[in-house]
Design a protein around this ligand. Structure first.
Ligand code: SF4
Ligand code: SF4
Length: 319
C-alpha cells in the first residue's frame, strides 16, 4: 500500500490483524501495565483455548486435580478447523475471565499461552513435499493484532518480537506445547477428507485435557499387558508430569496418525494374538463369502430350471 492509500475502514478487518508479516527481529512498540486506561479490558469476551501444558501449569498453581479444574474452569470445544475436541476457558456470566480482578490477572505467572501472546500472533505454514525429490516448504511469521480498545500500542516502549517472547515466557510455553500443536496442525492439514473414529476423539480429548486419567490408563493392567514399558519408564510416567505429557503426545501420534515410535512397542505376544485374530476374522469373512457365493450359484441354478420349465410349457401349449 502506498503512503497515500486510504486506510481501509476498520469494519473491513474485524479481526484487527495488521497486514504486515513480522519476524523475530521486527520492532514491536507496545507495553501493557496496570497504569494503562484499558487495564484488563482484553480479559473478557475472549476465546482462550487451553493446551495440555496450560492446563497442567494452571492446576498446579491452583493445587487442583484435573477433574476439578476441568469442571470449574473449562468448557469443551472443537479445536479450530479440526474435528479434535479440546477445552477453552469458561468465562463468567458477564463474559469475563474467571481469573481477572480490577487489580489484574490473579494467576499472571501461570496464565495461558494465548494471554502471553496477545497482541502478537504467530502463523506457521507447512506444506509436505509432493514427492521424495521435493523439499518441504515451511514458513513461520508473526503478526500484530491492533484493537481499538488496547492502549498498549500508544506506549513508547519498543522491543523486538524475540525480546517480547522471552519477556512473556512464550519461548518456554511454545517448547512445552510443540508436540501437541504439531498433532493439531497435522490434523488440520487433513481437512475433512479423513474421518476420525469416536474412540480416537475420546482418547485425544482425555490425553489433551486430563493427564490424571491418562496416567491411570497407561499405568493400568490392560495398557501394561499390551505395551512394552520398562520399570524406569513406568516410574517416570508416575512421577514426572512433563514426561507424561510428552508420552501422551507420542501415544496420540502413534495411534491417530500411525507414527512409528520405538519407545511405544506392542508386546510380541499381543502382536501375535492380534495377527491371529486378524487371520481368524479373515478366514471367517472368506467362509462367509464362499457360503454366499454357493447360495448365489444355487439360486442361479434354480432360476435356470424355472426358465427351462417355463419354456417347455410354452412349447407344449403352442404344439
Ligand atoms: S488468564 Fe489472566 S491474562 Fe488471561 S484472560 Fe484471564 S485474567 Fe486475563
Ligand atoms: S487491552 Fe492491551 S494494554 Fe489494555 S490491558 Fe489488555 S493488553 Fe494491556
Amino acid at each position: 500500500m502506498s503512503k497515500n492509500s486510504p486506510t481501509p475502514p476498520l469494519d473491513h478487518n474485524p479481526s484487527r490483524i495488521m497486514p504486515n508479516k513480522l519476524t523475530l527481529e521486527s520492532a514491536l512498540q507496545f507495553r501493557c501495565h496496570p497504569g494503562v486506561s484499558c487495564f484488563t479490558a482484553c480479559c473478557g469476551n475472549i476465546n482462550i483455548i487451553l493446551t495440555p501444558y496450560d492446563i497442567l501449569r494452571l492446576r498446579r498453581a491452583l493445587n487442583m486435580d484435573a477433574d476439578e479444574f476441568l469442571l470449574r474452569f473449562t468448557t469443551p470445544v472443537y479445536l479450530e478447523k479440526t474435528d479434535l475436541p479440546g477445552v477453552k476457558l469458561l468465562l463468567d456470566e458477564g463474559g469475563r475471565c474467571p481469573f481477572v480482578t480490577p487489580e489484574g490477572c490473579t494467576i499472571y505467572p501461570h496464565r495461558p499461552t494465548t494471554c502471553r501472546y496477545y497482541p502478537v500472533g504467530m502463523s506457521y505454514f507447512h506444506e509436505a513435499p509432493e514427492n521424495k525429490e521435493a523439499t518441504a516448504v515451511s514458513e513461520e511469521f508473526y503478526f500484530l493484532v491492533k484493537e481499538e480498545h488496547c492502549k498498549g500500542h500508544e506506549e513508547a516502549q519498543t522491543q523486538t518480537i524475540a525480546e517480547w517472547r522471552r519477556d512473556q515466557g512464550i519461548d518456554e510455553s511454545d517448547a512445552m506445547n510443540k508436540e501437541w500443536m504439531e498433532l493439531v496442525m497435522r490434523r488440520k492439514s487433513f481437512g475433512h477428507q479423513a474421518t476420525l473414529s469416536e474412540a480416537a476423539k475420546r482418547i485425544f480429548f482425555m490425553a489433551s485435557t486430563n493427564l490424571d486419567k491418562f496416567r491411570d490408563m497407561v499405568l493400568g493392567d490392560s495398557f501394561l499387558a499390551t505395551y512394552e514399558l520398562d520399570a524406569a519408564t513406568q516410574q517416570k510416567l508416575r512421577e514426572d508430569d512433563i514426561f507424561l505429557l510428552s508420552f501422551a503426545c507420542r501415544f496420540l501420534a502413534a495411534t491417530i496418525f500411525g507414527v512409528q515410535d520405538q519407545g511405544l512397542k506392542i508386546k510380541e505376544e499381543k502382536l501375535r494374538q492380534k495377527m491371529e485374530r486378524i487371520k481368524k476374522d479373515q478366514a471367517e469373512a472368506e467362509g462367509r463369502a464362499e457360503a454366499a457365493y454357493k447360495e448365489l450359484l444355487q439360486d442361479h441354478e434354480k432360476l435356470k430350471k424355472q426358465v427351462a420349465t417355463k419354456k417347455a410349457k410354452g412349447k407344449k401349449k403352442s404344439a
